[in-house]
Design a protein around this ligand. Structure first.
Ligand SMILES: Cc1cc2nc3c(=O)[nH]c(=O)nc-3n(C[C@H](O)[C@H](O)[C@H](O)COP(=O)(O)OP(=O)(O)OC[C@H]3O[C@@H](n4cnc5c(N)ncnc54)[C@H](O)[C@@H]3O)c2cc1C
Length: 382
């Protein structure tokens, strides 16, 4: 491998999760010289533990705007992505258990359509025909056809490979100790110099930039072997959106994703206060029981694997994207909680527009780093 240049890079990025990879991709595409410094393997953090649901989640207006902006960028990039990324617009089917749920789904459909996002109501007959793994007796659902699926680790590697084609350097297994203006100090090897440094260290971002208020919100996934029980859409119970804001120490909703190899990923749990990624059998049991409520054929299948990851959550559930207060050389792109796979492309694009002093296509205001950003209605992630 060629030695790292002594001249300062234009951009130094800490973290090769999907957010750091996207920042590297957009920056290198613009002709900036880029170095990415990663403590582990690329996608070795939360990204490798996530589901690959590229979802227009209408949790708040700024969250939806960033998700939709990103979704459009994924759509543009998709045809040139390697097959291993597994990108496909399978759509989300938000499943309504009761007539009350259906009424809420209609309100969500109208909200999505106001943002130009196709969405349509479907009835119980549609559910039975399209998704036979679902139990009978469900009320119907909301179909959002442009939501997509991908394999997060493969997408990260693809973005980094693109960045490298444009000259970026990716240094793995090189933990960063400290960031100062213009310098990335690493545990081993000489310090790296960069004119702008982007902290994209996900849930670990506060270790390097203590002013970034990120707390872990643990999530556990179960991979099921489901021969003969295909599912076609991302199946999510309608109450998922509310669970994101739930103050409960542990919340569990039904969320199932078909994987390219024929397995199904089952989520999703949300846990405050846990800082390790060990799998709690009580949580996997709750995931299974929740699945039984919606799709008994899934809930009764064999577990192939189970793992946990830590979502990087901010008090207002929105990422921090932009320069940190007090200078123009230390930047951050972190805190995407459960939407980082989706929002990575828009985040990188927004950040690089800001770096270049160019007007971004999306207003950056809701995501700009500012310690005065107040907690959302759900309160801070304590
Ligand atoms: C169970 C679960 C399901 C999810 N499902 C979805 C989904 O379907 N759709 C969606 O959009 N999002 C989903 N998410 C959220 C998504 O996975 C995260 O928002 C996203 O992966 C965050 O990416 P990141 O690059 O910011 O962080 P990470 O992937 O954690 O990357 C940060 C990187 O920084 C590195 N790093 C940290 N400290 C240092 C240091 N000192 N020096 C060098 N490197 C360092 C880490 O090793 C890591 O590789 C899910 C998350 C979980 C846990």
């Amino acid at each position: 491998m060629a030695p790292v240049s002594d001249a300062p890079f234009d951009v130094g990025i800490v973290g090769a999760g999907i957010v750091g990879a996207s920042c590297a991709y957009w920056a290198a595409r613009e002709g900036l010289s880029v170095v990415v410094v990663e403590a582990r393997e690329p996608a070795g953090g939360t990204t490798g533990a996530g589901m690959g649901h590229v979802v227009a989640l209408d949790r708040s207006e700024p969250a939806l705007l960033l998700a939709r902006y990103s979704q459009r960028l994924w759509q543009e990039l998709a045809p040139s992505l390697p097959a291993a990324v597994g990108y496909r617009a399978a759509g989300t089917l938000w499943v309504a258990a009761t007539p009350d749920d259906l009424a809420r789904a209609e309100a969500r459909r109208d909200g999505l359509r106001r943002h130009g996002i196709p969405a349509e109501m479907v009835d119980a007959t549609f559910l039975a025909r399209e998704e036979p793994a679902l139990r009978s007796g469900l009320a119907g659902g909301l179909l959002v056809p442009e939501d997509a699926l991908l394999v997060p680790a493969e997408a990260t590697r693809a973005l980094l490979a693109r960045a490298e084609e444009h000259g970026a350097r990716v240094l793995a297994h090189r933990p960063v100790l400290r960031l100062t203006a213009g310098t990335i100090e690493t545990v081993s090897g000489p310090a790296l110099r960069a004119r702008r440094i982007v902290n994209a260290a996900g849930v670990d971002a506060p270790r390097l930039s203590p002013q970034v208020p990120i707390a872990p919100r643990k999530g556990t996934l179960v991979r099921l072997g489901v021969p003969g029980v295909p599912i076609h859409h991302q199946l999510v119970e309608l109450g998922y959106r509310e669970s994101v804001g739930a103050p409960d120490p542990v919340s569990v909703v039904f969320n199932a994703q078909p994987e390219p190899g024929g397995t199904v990923l089952l989520g999703a749990s949300r846990e405050w206060g846990a800082t390790d990624t060990s799998v709690d059998p009580a949580v996997t049991e709750r995931l299974r029981r929740r699945a039984l409520d919606f799709a008994p054929l899934l809930g009764s299948r064999t577990t192939v694997a189970a793992w946990s990851g830590l979502r990087p959550a901010t008090p207002d559930h929105l990422p921090w994207i932009g320069p940190l207060p007090g200078g123009d050389d230390l930047w951050v792109a972190a805190g995407h909680e459960g939407l980082g796979i989706t929002a990575s492309l828009g985040t990188g694009r927004l950040l690089v527009d800001l770096l270049l002093g160019r007007p971004p296509a999306l207003s950056p205001t809701p995501y700009l780093p500012d310690a005065r950003r107040v907690p959302g209605p759900d309160g801070p992630p304590t």
